[in-house]
Design a protein around this ligand. Structure first.
Ligand code: NAP
Length: 481
């Protein structure tokens, strides 16, 4: 036990085996260096400032490196320094831009707790005016801070295991608050018990439930473990928990991913906030309704598609994104301008229509209820019609966004004579991985893309939004299949 560290303030003992690196991220002027030194001295561990290390290693000041060699060279030196940081107990203060490089985030998250320090723009400006340094752009200092913070905000949030507002706090008080936060976690005992009761009323199998019980209320509870999950009803079939938990293990992240299954979205969002969840994947039937629970939504998700499948909680803000459309777009980038038929006009079809039109395709939406096809087509400037119009269109690409072929349904949305070898067939259904449509298309010699590819791509994008790490596609595939 580190007696000298815990004396005085903390009820929750800091065990030796719990200590890991604590990494501070945040914009310049949020107090990383000063607070980092205080934490290092309170915890009796080394303090490492990555900007100092860069200057020591190169024998030059950072402004000189920027001025003489440019930002790209600086970022590459910075990355070498981040990659060479010791994995041992230490407090690491990082430069303001490290969070933008996914490779940096892979190193900084590993076996570490990352605390994002943030402050309002006026406070940052006041602090920076005390130690002027050459501006990075031609904007005023206030404008420069606002623009850079805005550009990096998503990355800052993705870096954060915990957040600390340092605007109106002295460095020593901020240090104390961080120590308390890391040793008790955010939710109170009562809140953790309430959350556990929610999970117990759901359909969680015994093992995942036991795991949650250990994390929330067990005697060896680690207050720094962050909980995330898939929100839906039903969602017990979701592959996301398997994938995300495998990725957490692979990247050494102190997180656990579970199922938030409940007919009431209100209840799910309440529990997620109560236990300070880091993020949620959102699935049927909540992709649209979740929008009213968000403080912000990205332009693709809200304004255009009207659906959110990813929610990030950070620094008291709840932000929604849509990565489904990227899951459709990515496997099709080589087909820019193609003639496409989209089967279906539901929630997933909206993301697919956005992806296909973004690739400048000539898109016709065909649907069982033509009126629904018309509504969707009008939103995205596509043609529309009923299913029997397929034959006259002669598309290069067919995307199935209906549930036809999804287990236990064995129906094929197209007849075999409607397929030909020059066609690309993308079935968004991914249970089973090879659907009757994919099987028939392969038999006809078509290029095929399975729904698993969409799932992999959208999950990869989600992981980036949650942690700022770019997972190689092969790694995701390995863990999904
Ligand atoms: P949805 O909102 O319920 O929409 C379903 C669409 O399919 C509607 O246009 C509906 O037509 C049509 N449809 C339903 N049953 C039909 C039938 N028997 N015959 C012909 N058309 C039918 O569903 P969704 O959320 O868009 O999901 C669609 C599918 O996408 C899911 O089943 C799932 O397999 C797949 N999906 C894949 C991924 C992935 O990562 N690969 C992610 C999410 C979903 P009406 O307008 O006439 O009702």
């Amino acid at each position: 036990m580190r007696e000298q560290i815990v004396s005085g303030i903390l009820e929750y003992p800091w065990r030796d085996d719990e200590m890991k690196r604590i990494v501070l991220t945040g914009f310049r002027g949020t107090g990383k260096t000063e607070i980092g030194r205080i934490l290092a001295s309170r915890l009796n561990v080394p303090f490492i400032d990555t900007d100092d290390l860069i200057e020591t290693n190169t024998g030059r000041s950072i402004p000189d490196i920027f001025h003489e060699d440019g930002e790209e060279r600086f970022r590459s030196i910075e990355h070498e320094v981040i990659a060479s940081l010791p994995p041992a107990d230490a407090i690491v203060s990082t430069g303001g831009g490290v969070v933008c490089d996914p490779k940096n985030m892979e190193h900084l998250h590993r076996d570490s707790t990352v605390v994002l320090l943030f402050a309002d723009i006026d406070t940052i400006e006041k602090r920076l005016l005390k130690k002027p340094r050459p501006p990075l752009t031609s904007l005023t200092l206030h404008e420069e801070i606002a623009a850079m913070m805005d550009r990096r905000r998503q990355n800052y949030y993705a870096s954060a295991d915990f957040c600390m507002d340092t605007s109106e706090t002295s460095p020593s008080l901020a240090g104390e608050k961080i120590l308390t936060l890391l040793q008790t976690g955010v939710p109170t005992e009562k809140q953790r018990n309430t959350a556990l009761a929610f999970f117990k009323t759901g359909r969680l199998p015994p093992l995942p439930l036991k795991k949650l019980e250990d994390i929330l209320t067990g005697p060896d509870r680690n207050p720094r473990t962050r909980i995330m999950g898939v929100a839906g009803y039903p969602c017990a079939h979701s592959r996301s928990p398997k994938l995300f938990n495998a990725l957490f293990e692979f990247y050494h992240l102190d997180c656990h991913y579970t199922w938030f299954e409940d007919p009431e979205l209100d209840e799910i969002m309440h529990v997620a906030r109560t236990i300070d969840a880091k993020g949620l994947s959102v699935t049927i039937p909540f992709k649209h309704d979740v929008i009213e629970y968000l403080d912000e939504i990205d332009e693709h998700a809200a304004q255009k598609i009207g659906a959110v499948n990813t929610v990030v909680f950070a620094c008291g803000t709840t932000i929604g994104y849509n990565t489904d459309w990227l899951g459709v777009r990515k496997p099709l980038v080589s087909m820019k301008g193609a003639k496409a038929v989209l089967l279906g006009a539901g929630g997933v079809a909206a993301g697919a229509a956005y992806a296909l039109t973004d690739l400048e395709m000539d898109v016709t939406i065909l649907n069982r209820t033509p009126e629904n096809a018309k509504k969707l087509a009008e939103r995205f400037g596509c043609s529309w019609g009923s299913w029997d119009e397929f034959d006259r269109i002669k598309p290069d690409l067919v995307v199935n966004a209906t549930p036809l072929g999804m287990q236990p349904d064995t129906r094929n949305p197209l007849r075999v004579d409607q397929l030909h070898k020059d066609m690309t067939v993308f079935d968004l259904v991914y249970t089973p991985p090879v659907t009757p449509l994919i099987e028939a298309a392969r038999a006809e010699g078509c290029r095929t893309i399975t729904g698993v590819e969409m799932f992999i791509e959208q999950a990869r994008e989600q992981f980036y939004l949650f942690f700022g790490i770019d997972v190689p596609i092969e790694k995701v595939r390995e863990f999904v299949l």
